[in-house]
Design a protein around this ligand. Structure first.
Ligand SMILES: [Zn+2]
Length: 918
């Protein structure tokens, strides 16, 4: 049995070759077989991406008592790196990585006071950063790897790395997005150059994207991702950690506080050089000082001349804003140095640069700008007067340097939670206690409470959440519209996590006190959390930290678990495999493989029929590599046999019936009621025919369907595959066709035709310069369709954008990006798209499922592999059996005419589809 490579159309040849490569590579790896999981590994938690978010190695207690004498030898970076790489290389299968040595780049190596070491790796793919994706490997004092944490993806499959969209086009798209958000054309400065990355967020498969950073002010630094294939905006958010405390308008506090000032030629300056980090006055902006500048209302983005706040006397005459900034930043620096041994924001003695009385139209708040690595405090505001507010901003800087938490969604809410938490912790050190309120100097409207989040309201009627169940979501009735504007509710959902801190410190029965709690949370964010951490990762990081500081069996560990349990951040119970969907489907199943030859048969996965969870083989006749078909009630299936006949299988009796057309059939389809089959014939030369045939299953009557020019000649060069829509009278199929563009030029292109057999009306879907293939209609709505948008077919990086579309709007959205021949389909209730792609771990061919909101063309989750060693799923309504679903549409059944059905090509309208929001 060999794959029919030589006797098909050129496109099929290319597609089949691509699939062969994929299949053969897959089989080799699949034979390599069982998981390389080390017997010492335990506590593995898998992330939604299918990669481990944590692997704990069972080496006994991870706490300090395991190392009573702490290793005295200096950590040896090379040895630790070798140990980490050995750990990773020996687990590539469970990690979902193909070549760890190339795909992971060490970006930080840290050592700590416990004698432990941390190696932070960034993920890369073909030399491009995979973003945001990190793996942390932990080495114990004896040099052994005992923990791995990750937020990353499996090695991308077939992802094209040559962008279709150029950098300048991406930049202009980013500017359009920003203008759209601002409602006006705004001045924005491009920071650096657009960077090509592999983006892994957004609940879909990885995408090639341009990362563009645009600065509109010091308080507005936008990160915008533009799809490098479709020019769709994938993500846009403001990276400046700005905190909205505006609106009070009162004077500063008027208290006298101690200052460390610099004297030069009789004048005094707010330049604190008293800290251990200070390295010399010459370059005070870079040498471990705390300079406080007065901008006196200037907008710093437009160019400015920073002037240190000055006075003729060391004890009087100071600008109150400057005094507040200098004192509060000094106290915060001291807190981090004394309590955690951290030397400034970056732990490398970075100068703490502050600007007060910042002008410009935008800044009325306090912010940390990670690009400028500076603090800005607005003019005429009290922000800088609050120690907890200043410590909050300082902590944003610390978190940014330590773990680069993404400032969006849950990781952004963690950024805010940590800032609030350490705002209170700094307050507790300086004042002797904290009131557990962030923003105490402001009115209640601008406060957040850690002790009782619900005591404050985000907007009237919507209290802050204390539990995961109360979190703000995009469909929140009061806040949904502002969800994106708050970077995915970062300032709102943060109270869930900061409340856990309060509970652990003093709010629960077994509370451990604020200082132990500070240690745990500080260690978690500086040593453990990947940049794309979610709330669960924060729990895991705090638990790992508590174990390392206090021991695995300590009261602190148990109390930490209790605190996170109380706010609903819990470890998910492992779920049984493939319960993600009740979709029943037919597909091709790998039967055997001999050498390079794979043998496929018709397969079925139907929960209502108690099929084998690995798929049930339901044909004895081997199948060709062509998508099978099934009636909507699941009573009849059809497939192309390996000798290219069209065959049906009764799904209850499993009786097979082939038409006796050996060597003549390329692909098949079934109408929803199973009464009609459509098949594409093969020519005598083994090429795809220029038409398809309708075949009455009951009578065997047949009628060809042709598209003809005015002379009556068939116009298509090849038809590939056909699918019936839910009404049984509409069909979609992909053809190589001559197409006249709007400007009158003629080309030949792979397009999708949608044709109605009653009205004899048809139209062609085209995408500019891009072949379309493998259309499959929805089962509920006539507007729903899925297809493949193909790129790079002539090069080594052929790519398929699996897309879902709405035929009334001609809008299409990418669902997944993979190798060609993904052959998507829509499931029984139009709530998911199924497609074929390699299993990320084993490389075997597999069927994937993406839940979809078809009405809005949005994916509702990440692709999930639902069946391995399988291809080309075609779903039907589960639980149906033959007979009890006797079609009510019998009367409406199409009656086949005696003569060939001829569509007049001159009436076929060409419709250009929109890909993404291009
Ligand atoms: Zn903040």
């Amino acid at each position: 049995m060999s794959l029919p490579v030589t006797n098909s159309h050129p496109l099929m040849r290319i597609l089949i070759l691509a699939l062969m490569l994929l299949t053969c590579a897959g089989l080799t790896d699949a034979r390599a077989g069982a998981s390389e999981l080390d017997s010492g590994d335990g506590g593995i938690l898998i992330s939604p991406a299918g990669t481990p978010r944590r692997i704990m190695v069972n080496l006994g207690d991870r706490g300090p008592q395991a190392y009573p004498e702490r290793f005295r030898t200096a950590p040896y970076k090379e040895a630790d790196f070798a140990a980490a790489m050995e750990f990773l290389l020996s687990r590539e299968e469970i990690l979902g990585l193909q070549d760890s040595a190339r795909e992971l780049a060490l970006q930080a190596y840290t050592t700590d006071e416990l004698g432990r070491r941390q190696l932070r790796f960034a993920q890369r793919y073909k030399g491009l950063p995979v973003w945001p994706a990190e793996i942390l490997v932990h080495v114990d004092p004896a040099g052994r790897v005992d923990l791995m944490e990750g937020a990353y993806i499996p090695t991308p499959q077939g992802l094209r790395t040559a962008p279709l969209v150029k950098a300048d086009a991406a930049e202009s798209k980013a500017r359009d997005v920003l203008d759209g958000l601002a409602g006006e054309s705004a001045l924005a400065l491009l920071e650096g150059k657009p960077e090509l990355i592999v983006y892994i967020g957004g609940g879909s498969q990885p995408r090639l994207a341009w990362k563009v950073i645009l600065n509109r002010s010091v308080a507005s630094r936008w990160l915008i991702l533009v799809d490098a294939m479709t020019r769709q905006a994938l993500l846009a958010y403001d990276t400046v950690m700005e905190d909205n405390h505006s609106g009070s308008g009162q004077d500063l506090l008027g208290e006298t506080v101690p200052l460390n000032v610099w004297e030069d030629e009789g004048l005094y300056y707010l330049l604190d050089t008293s800290k251990p980090m200070f390295r010399g006055i010459e370059e005070y902006m870079e040498s471990g000082a705390i300079p406080v500048h007065d901008l006196a209302g200037q907008d710093p983005l437009l160019g400015f001349n920073p002037r240190l706040v000055e006075s003729a006397s060391p004890d009087s005459g100071w600008l109150p804003d400057g005094v507040s900034a200098a004192y509060n930043l000094s106290e915060t620096y001291d807190y981090y140095f004394e309590r955690h041994g951290r030397d400034s924001i970056d732990d490398q003695g970075m100068s703490v640069r502050a600007y007060v009385r910042v002008g410009g139209s935008i800044l009325s708040n306090a912010c940390w700008n990670p690009g400028l690595e500076s603090f800005f405090f607005g003019a005429g505001q009290r922000t800088v007067a609050g120690l907890d507010v200043v410590a909050h901003e300082f902590t944003h800087g610390v978190v940014d340097c330590a773990s680069s938490l993404l400032y969006y969604g849950e990781s952004g809410a963690l950024h805010e939670a940590w800032a609030d938490i350490f705002g209170c912790a700094v307050e507790a050190r300086t004042m002797g206690a904290t009131d557990w309120v962030g923003g105490t100097v402001f009115s209640e409207r601008f406060q957040r409470s850690l002790a009782d989040p619900a005591s404050r309201e985000i907007v009237p009627g919507r209290p802050y959440p204390s539990h995961v169940d109360e979190m703000v979501t995009p469909d929140d009735p009061l806040l949904g519209e502002d969800y994106a504007a708050d970077n995915g509710a970062v300032h709102w959902n943060c109270t869930v996590v900061s409340h856990a801190f309060y509970l652990l410190a003093e709010g629960q029965d077994d509370a451990i006190g604020i200082e132990d709690t500070e240690e745990i949370f500080f260690r978690a964010v500086t040593r453990h959390m990947p940049s794309a951490s979610r709330f669960l990762d924060a729990r895991l990081a705090c638990l790992a930290s508590a174990e390392e500081i206090f021991g695995s069996n300590s009261a602190q560990v148990r109390a930490t678990e209790a605190a996170f349990d109380a706010v609903g951040i819990v470890e998910p119970q492992p779920s049984p495999p493939s319960d993600s969907s009740d979709d029943a489907m037919v597909c091709l199943l790998l039967a055997t493989e001999q050498g390079q030859d794979a043998v496929w048969s018709l397969g079925r996965l139907d929960p209502a029929r108690d099929d084998d969870p690995q798929g049930e083989r339901i044909s004895r006749t081997p199948a060709a590599l062509a998508p099978p078909a099934v009636s909507n009630d699941g009573s009849l299936a059809a497939f192309v046999s390996a000798d290219h006949d069209a065959c049906t299988v009764d799904m209850d009796s499993l009786e097979e019936n082939c038409l006796g057309l050996e060597g003549e059939v390329a692909s098949v389809a079934l109408s929803p009621d199973g009464s009609l089959m459509a098949y594409v014939p093969l020519t005598e030369a083994g090429e795809l025919a220029d038409h398809f045939v309708l075949h009455d299953v009951a009578t065997g009557e047949e009628v060809p369907v042709l598209f003809v020019d005015e002379a009556g000649n068939s116009v298509f060069l090849a038809v590939n595959s056909v699918d019936f829509a839910a009404d049984g009278h509409t069909l979609a199929f992909d053809v190589l066709a001559p197409i006249e563009e709007e400007d009158g030029t003629r080309t030949v292109a792979w397009v999708v035709i949608v044709a109605n057999l009653d009205s004899m009306q048809a139209y062609a879907l085209v995408a500019q310069d891009t072949p379309l293939a493998s259309p499959a209609m929805g089962n509920q709505s006539l507007e729903h369709i899925s297809l493949e948008v193909l790129t790079g077919l002539d090069g080594p990086e052929a790519l398929s954008l699996v897309s879902a579309g709405d035929l009334s709007l001609l809008n299409f959205a990418p669902v997944a990006q993979t190798a060609p021949l993904a052959v998507p389909s829509i499931n029984g209730d139009d709530s998911a798209v199924l497609y074929s792609a390699p299993d990320s771990g084993a490389q075997a061919p597999a069927i994937w499922r993406v839940p979809m909101d078809m009405a809005n063309l949005r994916t509702l989750g990440d692709p999930e592999m639902i069946l391995a060693n399988a291809l080309y799923a075609e779903a039907y309504a589960s639980g149906s059996t033959a007979g009890d679903a006797q079609s009510e549409t019998d009367d409406a059944n199409l009656r086949l005419p005696a003569a060939p059905m001829r569509f007049d090509m001159r009436t076929v309208e060409v419709r250009s589809i929109g890909l993404g929001d291009q």
